[in-house]
Design a protein around this ligand. Structure first.
Ligand code: EAX
Length: 325
Protein backbone atom coordinates (compact mmCIF):
# COMPACT_ATOMS: atom_id res chain seq x y z
CA UNK A 1 0.00 0.00 0.00
CA UNK A 2 1.18 3.51 -0.73
CA UNK A 3 3.61 4.97 1.77
CA UNK A 4 1.50 8.09 2.29
CA UNK A 5 -1.53 6.08 3.43
CA UNK A 6 0.64 4.08 5.81
CA UNK A 7 2.05 7.24 7.38
CA UNK A 8 -1.41 8.77 7.51
CA UNK A 9 -2.69 5.66 9.27
CA UNK A 10 0.11 5.75 11.80
CA UNK A 11 -0.54 9.41 12.53
CA UNK A 12 -4.25 8.74 13.00
CA UNK A 13 -3.49 5.81 15.29
CA UNK A 14 -1.07 7.93 17.27
CA UNK A 15 -3.61 10.68 17.75
CA UNK A 16 -6.27 8.15 18.69
CA UNK A 17 -4.09 6.68 21.44
CA UNK A 18 -3.29 10.15 22.82
CA UNK A 19 -7.01 10.87 22.88
CA UNK A 20 -7.70 7.54 24.57
CA UNK A 21 -5.11 8.17 27.24
CA UNK A 22 -6.47 11.63 27.93
CA UNK A 23 -9.95 10.20 28.24
CA UNK A 24 -8.85 7.41 30.55
CA UNK A 25 -7.23 9.72 33.13
CA UNK A 26 -9.53 9.98 36.13
CA UNK A 27 -9.40 13.27 38.00
CA UNK A 28 -9.23 12.87 41.74
CA UNK A 29 -10.29 15.78 43.96
CA UNK A 30 -8.39 16.17 47.22
CA UNK A 31 -9.56 18.66 49.85
CA UNK A 32 -8.23 20.10 53.10
CA UNK A 33 -8.81 23.22 55.20
CA UNK A 34 -5.29 24.63 55.34
CA UNK A 35 -3.31 26.98 53.09
CA UNK A 36 -1.08 26.05 50.18
CA UNK A 37 1.98 26.58 52.40
CA UNK A 38 0.80 24.21 55.13
CA UNK A 39 1.92 20.73 56.18
CA UNK A 40 -1.32 19.39 54.66
CA UNK A 41 -0.34 20.93 51.32
CA UNK A 42 3.03 19.20 51.55
CA UNK A 43 1.13 15.96 52.18
CA UNK A 44 -1.29 16.65 49.33
CA UNK A 45 1.60 17.13 46.89
CA UNK A 46 3.21 13.87 48.02
CA UNK A 47 -0.15 12.11 47.52
CA UNK A 48 -0.46 13.59 44.04
CA UNK A 49 3.08 12.71 42.95
CA UNK A 50 2.89 9.16 44.28
CA UNK A 51 -0.53 8.35 42.84
CA UNK A 52 0.21 9.88 39.45
CA UNK A 53 3.51 8.02 39.25
CA UNK A 54 2.21 4.63 40.42
CA UNK A 55 -0.78 4.81 38.07
CA UNK A 56 1.34 6.09 35.18
CA UNK A 57 -0.98 9.07 34.80
CA UNK A 58 -4.23 7.09 34.84
CA UNK A 59 -5.20 9.18 37.88
CA UNK A 60 -4.51 12.90 38.21
CA UNK A 61 -4.99 14.73 41.49
CA UNK A 62 -6.39 18.24 41.92
CA UNK A 63 -5.80 19.81 45.33
CA UNK A 64 -8.43 22.11 46.89
CA UNK A 65 -6.90 24.12 49.74
CA UNK A 66 -8.14 26.49 52.47
CA UNK A 67 -11.54 24.90 52.95
CA UNK A 68 -12.68 25.78 49.42
CA UNK A 69 -14.70 22.53 49.55
CA UNK A 70 -16.02 23.36 53.03
CA UNK A 71 -14.99 22.64 56.59
CA UNK A 72 -13.76 19.23 57.72
CA UNK A 73 -17.20 17.98 58.77
CA UNK A 74 -18.67 18.98 55.42
CA UNK A 75 -15.82 17.36 53.52
CA UNK A 76 -16.22 14.09 55.44
CA UNK A 77 -19.90 14.14 54.45
CA UNK A 78 -18.70 14.79 50.91
CA UNK A 79 -16.67 11.58 51.00
CA UNK A 80 -19.74 9.62 52.05
CA UNK A 81 -21.83 10.91 49.18
CA UNK A 82 -19.01 11.01 46.65
CA UNK A 83 -18.70 14.76 45.99
CA UNK A 84 -15.01 14.67 46.97
CA UNK A 85 -12.57 11.76 46.59
CA UNK A 86 -9.79 12.30 49.13
CA UNK A 87 -9.74 14.45 52.28
CA UNK A 88 -6.94 15.23 54.69
CA UNK A 89 -8.65 16.06 57.96
CA UNK A 90 -7.89 16.34 61.66
CA UNK A 91 -9.83 13.99 63.90
CA UNK A 92 -11.75 17.09 65.08
CA UNK A 93 -15.15 16.27 63.59
CA UNK A 94 -14.33 12.63 62.79
CA UNK A 95 -15.73 11.22 66.04
CA UNK A 96 -19.18 12.42 64.94
CA UNK A 97 -18.90 9.84 62.15
CA UNK A 98 -16.60 7.19 63.67
CA UNK A 99 -17.03 7.39 67.47
CA UNK A 100 -14.17 4.92 68.00
CA UNK A 101 -11.69 7.69 67.06
CA UNK A 102 -12.71 9.89 70.04
CA UNK A 103 -10.16 8.09 72.20
CA UNK A 104 -7.39 9.79 70.20
CA UNK A 105 -8.75 13.22 71.14
CA UNK A 106 -8.31 12.83 74.90
CA UNK A 107 -6.11 15.60 76.33
CA UNK A 108 -2.61 14.65 77.51
CA UNK A 109 -3.03 11.12 76.16
CA UNK A 110 0.22 11.07 74.21
CA UNK A 111 3.43 12.32 75.69
CA UNK A 112 5.38 13.02 72.54
CA UNK A 113 5.41 12.63 68.77
CA UNK A 114 7.22 9.28 68.82
CA UNK A 115 4.60 7.69 71.05
CA UNK A 116 1.65 9.06 69.07
CA UNK A 117 3.11 8.02 65.73
CA UNK A 118 3.97 4.57 67.08
CA UNK A 119 0.39 3.95 68.29
CA UNK A 120 -1.14 5.19 65.04
CA UNK A 121 1.24 3.13 62.92
CA UNK A 122 0.57 0.02 65.03
CA UNK A 123 -2.30 -2.41 65.46
CA UNK A 124 -4.65 0.06 67.10
CA UNK A 125 -4.17 2.62 64.33
CA UNK A 126 -4.88 -0.05 61.70
CA UNK A 127 -8.01 -1.15 63.55
CA UNK A 128 -9.32 2.40 63.64
CA UNK A 129 -8.66 2.85 59.92
CA UNK A 130 -10.51 -0.41 59.20
CA UNK A 131 -13.46 0.71 61.39
CA UNK A 132 -14.08 3.64 59.07
CA UNK A 133 -15.56 1.36 56.43
CA UNK A 134 -18.48 0.69 58.81
CA UNK A 135 -19.28 4.39 58.46
CA UNK A 136 -19.10 4.86 54.67
CA UNK A 137 -15.51 6.10 54.76
CA UNK A 138 -12.21 4.58 53.68
CA UNK A 139 -9.36 5.09 56.15
CA UNK A 140 -6.22 5.23 54.01
CA UNK A 141 -3.52 6.36 56.46
CA UNK A 142 -2.92 8.19 59.69
CA UNK A 143 -1.19 11.48 59.07
CA UNK A 144 -0.54 14.34 61.43
CA UNK A 145 -1.66 17.77 62.54
CA UNK A 146 0.44 18.08 65.72
CA UNK A 147 0.35 18.91 69.42
CA UNK A 148 -2.12 21.71 70.01
CA UNK A 149 -1.32 24.92 71.89
CA UNK A 150 -3.51 27.80 73.02
CA UNK A 151 -3.51 31.28 71.56
CA UNK A 152 -5.66 34.24 72.56
CA UNK A 153 -5.95 38.00 72.35
CA UNK A 154 -6.48 38.73 76.07
CA UNK A 155 -3.69 37.52 78.33
CA UNK A 156 -0.84 35.13 78.86
CA UNK A 157 -2.01 31.68 79.89
CA UNK A 158 0.26 29.95 82.38
CA UNK A 159 -2.30 27.97 84.38
CA UNK A 160 -5.91 26.81 83.94
CA UNK A 161 -7.03 29.78 86.06
CA UNK A 162 -5.85 32.07 83.25
CA UNK A 163 -8.22 30.32 80.85
CA UNK A 164 -11.18 31.00 83.12
CA UNK A 165 -14.08 32.50 81.21
CA UNK A 166 -12.08 32.76 78.01
CA UNK A 167 -14.14 32.15 74.87
CA UNK A 168 -12.09 29.52 73.09
CA UNK A 169 -12.96 28.16 69.69
CA UNK A 170 -12.65 24.38 69.71
CA UNK A 171 -13.08 21.91 66.92
CA UNK A 172 -16.50 20.30 66.56
CA UNK A 173 -15.45 17.55 68.95
CA UNK A 174 -17.22 16.69 72.19
CA UNK A 175 -14.07 15.41 73.94
CA UNK A 176 -12.23 18.67 73.26
CA UNK A 177 -15.24 20.75 74.32
CA UNK A 178 -15.46 18.86 77.61
CA UNK A 179 -11.74 19.34 78.28
CA UNK A 180 -12.05 23.11 77.84
CA UNK A 181 -15.16 23.26 79.98
CA UNK A 182 -13.20 21.49 82.73
CA UNK A 183 -10.45 24.10 82.42
CA UNK A 184 -13.02 26.78 83.08
CA UNK A 185 -13.02 28.17 79.54
CA UNK A 186 -16.11 28.71 77.41
CA UNK A 187 -15.68 26.35 74.46
CA UNK A 188 -17.24 27.46 71.19
CA UNK A 189 -17.20 24.74 68.51
CA UNK A 190 -16.71 26.11 65.03
CA UNK A 191 -15.52 24.93 61.62
CA UNK A 192 -11.98 25.98 60.79
CA UNK A 193 -12.78 28.13 57.71
CA UNK A 194 -14.80 30.48 59.96
CA UNK A 195 -12.11 30.81 62.59
CA UNK A 196 -9.90 33.63 61.30
CA UNK A 197 -12.84 36.00 60.92
CA UNK A 198 -14.25 34.99 64.31
CA UNK A 199 -10.91 35.88 65.95
CA UNK A 200 -10.69 39.10 63.98
CA UNK A 201 -14.18 40.19 64.95
CA UNK A 202 -13.76 39.09 68.56
CA UNK A 203 -16.57 36.52 68.44
CA UNK A 204 -14.10 34.33 70.31
CA UNK A 205 -11.02 35.35 72.34
CA UNK A 206 -8.81 32.45 71.46
CA UNK A 207 -8.30 29.15 69.75
CA UNK A 208 -5.94 26.22 69.91
CA UNK A 209 -3.97 24.58 67.14
CA UNK A 210 -0.55 23.13 66.41
CA UNK A 211 2.39 25.41 65.54
CA UNK A 212 2.06 24.32 61.91
CA UNK A 213 -1.51 25.60 61.67
CA UNK A 214 -0.78 28.84 63.57
CA UNK A 215 2.07 29.53 61.14
CA UNK A 216 0.21 28.53 57.96
CA UNK A 217 -2.83 30.65 58.89
CA UNK A 218 -1.01 33.85 59.99
CA UNK A 219 -2.85 33.77 63.30
CA UNK A 220 -0.38 36.33 64.67
CA UNK A 221 -2.40 38.93 62.79
CA UNK A 222 -5.33 38.33 65.17
CA UNK A 223 -3.79 36.72 68.27
CA UNK A 224 -1.18 38.14 70.67
CA UNK A 225 -0.45 35.33 73.11
CA UNK A 226 0.70 31.79 72.52
CA UNK A 227 1.10 29.29 75.36
CA UNK A 228 2.86 26.04 74.58
CA UNK A 229 0.39 23.89 76.49
CA UNK A 230 0.63 20.92 74.12
CA UNK A 231 -2.64 19.88 75.75
CA UNK A 232 -3.65 17.38 73.11
CA UNK A 233 -2.09 15.55 70.19
CA UNK A 234 -4.06 16.15 67.02
CA UNK A 235 -3.81 13.34 64.48
CA UNK A 236 -4.96 13.79 60.95
CA UNK A 237 -6.21 11.11 58.62
CA UNK A 238 -6.09 10.66 54.87
CA UNK A 239 -9.58 9.49 54.04
CA UNK A 240 -11.10 8.27 50.79
CA UNK A 241 -14.60 8.07 49.39
CA UNK A 242 -16.01 4.52 49.24
CA UNK A 243 -17.94 5.60 46.17
CA UNK A 244 -14.66 5.98 44.30
CA UNK A 245 -12.52 3.34 46.00
CA UNK A 246 -15.02 0.47 46.09
CA UNK A 247 -15.22 0.63 42.31
CA UNK A 248 -11.46 0.20 41.77
CA UNK A 249 -9.39 -2.92 41.24
CA UNK A 250 -7.27 -4.20 44.14
CA UNK A 251 -4.15 -2.95 42.40
CA UNK A 252 -5.58 0.54 41.91
CA UNK A 253 -6.80 0.70 45.49
CA UNK A 254 -3.34 -0.23 46.73
CA UNK A 255 -1.93 2.79 44.82
CA UNK A 256 -4.22 5.03 46.87
CA UNK A 257 -3.05 3.43 50.11
CA UNK A 258 0.56 3.88 49.10
CA UNK A 259 -0.04 7.50 48.08
CA UNK A 260 -1.71 8.14 51.45
CA UNK A 261 1.24 6.65 53.32
CA UNK A 262 3.65 8.83 51.32
CA UNK A 263 1.44 11.81 52.13
CA UNK A 264 1.53 11.05 55.86
CA UNK A 265 5.30 10.69 55.86
CA UNK A 266 5.80 14.01 54.07
CA UNK A 267 3.33 15.76 56.40
CA UNK A 268 4.98 14.41 59.53
CA UNK A 269 8.34 15.60 58.23
CA UNK A 270 6.96 19.10 57.82
CA UNK A 271 5.36 19.03 61.30
CA UNK A 272 8.72 18.08 62.83
CA UNK A 273 10.52 20.81 60.91
CA UNK A 274 8.08 23.51 62.06
CA UNK A 275 8.12 22.27 65.65
CA UNK A 276 11.74 23.38 65.61
CA UNK A 277 11.50 26.56 63.56
CA UNK A 278 7.90 27.72 63.96
CA UNK A 279 7.99 29.26 67.43
CA UNK A 280 10.80 31.66 66.50
CA UNK A 281 8.83 32.63 63.42
CA UNK A 282 5.74 33.41 65.52
CA UNK A 283 7.83 35.51 67.91
CA UNK A 284 9.31 37.41 64.98
CA UNK A 285 5.76 38.17 63.94
CA UNK A 286 4.97 39.70 67.32
CA UNK A 287 3.44 36.92 69.36
CA UNK A 288 4.30 36.68 73.06
CA UNK A 289 5.18 33.05 73.62
CA UNK A 290 4.95 31.34 77.00
CA UNK A 291 7.20 28.30 76.84
CA UNK A 292 7.93 26.87 80.30
CA UNK A 293 4.44 25.78 81.27
CA UNK A 294 3.78 23.49 84.22
CA UNK A 295 1.25 21.14 82.64
CA UNK A 296 0.42 19.36 85.93
CA UNK A 297 -2.48 21.68 86.86
CA UNK A 298 -3.85 21.45 83.30
CA UNK A 299 -3.74 17.65 83.47
CA UNK A 300 -5.57 17.69 86.79
CA UNK A 301 -8.19 20.10 85.48
CA UNK A 302 -9.11 17.92 82.50
CA UNK A 303 -9.17 14.63 84.45
CA UNK A 304 -13.02 14.53 84.57
CA UNK A 305 -13.03 14.46 80.75
CA UNK A 306 -11.54 10.95 81.02
CA UNK A 307 -14.34 9.76 83.30
CA UNK A 308 -16.98 11.21 81.02
CA UNK A 309 -15.29 9.61 78.03
CA UNK A 310 -14.99 6.13 79.54
CA UNK A 311 -18.57 6.22 80.86
CA UNK A 312 -19.74 6.70 77.29
CA UNK A 313 -17.20 4.85 75.19
CA UNK A 314 -15.64 2.28 77.53
CA UNK A 315 -11.98 2.04 78.48
CA UNK A 316 -10.63 -0.78 76.31
CA UNK A 317 -8.95 1.35 73.61
CA UNK A 318 -7.74 3.86 76.18
CA UNK A 319 -6.09 1.15 78.28
CA UNK A 320 -4.40 -0.32 75.23
CA UNK A 321 -2.91 3.08 74.36
CA UNK A 322 -1.82 3.72 77.93
CA UNK A 323 -0.19 0.28 78.05
CA UNK A 324 1.97 1.29 75.07
CA UNK A 325 3.24 4.44 76.79
O1 EAX B 1 -6.96 20.09 60.48
O2 EAX B 1 -9.98 22.75 62.78
C1 EAX B 1 -8.82 22.75 63.21
O3 EAX B 1 -8.49 23.48 64.15
C2 EAX B 1 -7.78 21.84 62.60
O4 EAX B 1 -6.67 21.75 63.41
C3 EAX B 1 -7.40 22.35 61.23
O5 EAX B 1 -8.50 22.51 60.42
C4 EAX B 1 -6.44 21.37 60.54
Amino acid sequence: RPLVTAIGGAVTLGLASVALQAQAATEISLGHTLSSTSHYAVGAQAFKETLEELSDGAFTVTEHTSGSLGGEREMIEGLQIGTVDIVITSTGPLGNFVPETYVLDLPFLFEDYDQARCVLDGELGDELLAKMSDHDLVGLAWSENGFRHMTNSRREIASPADADGLRVRTMENEVHQEAFRQMGARPTPMAFPELFTALQQGTVDGQENPITVIVATNFWEVQDYLSLTGHVYSPSAVLGSPILLDGLSDEEREWFHEAARASAEATRGEVSRLEEEGVALLEENGMTVKTDIDIGPFQEAVEPAYEIFTAEHGSEMLERIQAQA
